[in-house]
Design a binder for this molecule. Structure first.
Ligand code: PEP
Ligand code: MN
Length: 360
């Protein structure tokens, strides 16, 4: 992807205040709902109104969107408020209708990015147009698949491109609906610094209370924008009710976020430092989560040993673990001394947990 700098020109052309903020409901429900939300969001940091018209639902029988009629409501909202409009497209017919209705930004959903056939179909349908296209990460944590989707669009001469980070699904339940896996977004930014990166905290968290912190982390990682689902009556939304915030709340979130601007040398230094510190914080959090999980497994082993009346400390197994970790540590540039220290400490904590289970 040579000449990537073209990709972010659209963002600069907008002359919009940094960051770009996209707000609006998960789904367009009625004309009244779309217009009400648009009017509440105009004259704020939000410059683009989003609404899903065709909704990809995991299981059949749920609300699947109002269809093409919703594009008329979006158009009307644009006329009345001056907001740009954005919607999700998932096939060539959607693309055609969105273009006919003057949709400014088309985004590709996480369930479409996983499919090279769909990505190619969309890219072919867009060829020769001047549309801004944002590609959400695929549901699975696969950076190549994500960037592959962008490459298909770029090859079809779509040059106004961007990425939306909406988190990744995992079998394991966590506090998030979709795990952020920030390192994937950071790697995408490092590989393609000219591709604007927008965070979608709504689909990452699945819960409105967690949205602010995710927005702040995204801004600390130099993201270029935010896409936040917003509904005038979130609890009664027809889709994704738990994660939507009112327009008033979204406007307050934007006021409370710390937005760092790279205006001078000193600021550039601070921004870079902040970015790296945020990456350290994320890594530390992962270490803690993993240690917590390891201790839970150790406790289960304790219970098992108790039922068989087996001693907690098993030296042979422990020496095997240590030897393996020293070797693997070397591959990662970690000294033997460090590995010994850290794993001895982990092992001791595991023994303490097991003993508590066995004796307690
Ligand atoms: C959406 O933005 O409403 C949506 C369906 O998102 P995703 O593709 O990230 O699940
Ligand atoms: Mn949604």
């Amino acid at each position: 992807m040579e000449n990537k700098s073209q990709m972010r020109e659209w963002l600069d052309d907008f002359g919009l205040s940094h960051p770009l903020v996209i707000g609006g409901p998960c789904s367009a429900e009625t004309e009244e709902q779309v217009l009400k939300i648009a009017h509440e969001l105009k004259d704020s940091d939000v410059t683009v109104l989003r609404a899903g018209i065709w909704k990809p639902r995991t299981r059949p029988g749920m609300f699947e969107g109002v269809g093409a009629i919703g594009l008329k409501w979006l158009q009307k909202a644009k006329e009345e408020t001056g907001l740009l409009i954005a919607t999700e497209v998932a096939n060539k017919d959607h693309v055609k209708l969105a273009i006919e209705h003057d949709v400014d930004i088309l985004w590709i959903g996480a369930r479409s990015t996983v499919s090279p056939f769909i990505m190619q179909e969309i890219a072919d349908a867009l060829e020769g147009t001047d549309k801004i296209v944002l590609v959400k990460n695929p549901v699975n944590p696969d950076l190549a698949l994500w960037l592959g989707g962008v490459e298909r669009l770029y090859t079809a001469n779509i040059k106004k491109l961007g990425l939306i980070h909406r988190g990744f699904s995992s079998y394991e339940k966590t506090k998030y609906r979709n795990n952020p896996e920030w390192q994937i977004a950071v790697e995408a930014q490092n590989k393609f610094p000219d591709l604007p990166m927008i965070c979608d905290p709504s689909h990452i968290t699945g819960k409105r209370d967690l949205i602010f912190d995710i927005c702040q982390t995204a801004l600390d990682l130099n993201f270029d924008g935010l896409m936040v689902e917003s509904h005038w009556d979130p609890d009664n939304a027809w889709s994704d009710a738990a994660q939507q915030v009112t327009p008033t709340r979204l406007i307050q979130i934007m006021k409370d976020l710390k937005i760092r601007k790279e205006s001078d040398h000193e600021e550039a230094y601070n921004t870079a430092l902040n970015n790296l510190r945020t990456q350290i914080d994320i890594a530390d959090q992962t270490i803690l989560d993993t240690l917590g999980k390891r201790m839970l497994v150790a406790e289960e082993i304790g219970l098992l040993k108790k039922s068989k009346n087996v001693a907690v400390l098993q030296n042979k197994r422990w020496n095997e673990i240590l030897g393996k970790m020293i070797l693997e540590g070397k591959d990662r540039g970690l000294s033997e001394e460090f590995i010994l220290k850290i794993f001895k400490a982990i092992h001791q904590e595991s023994i303490n947990h097991q003993e508590e289970v066995v004796n307690g």
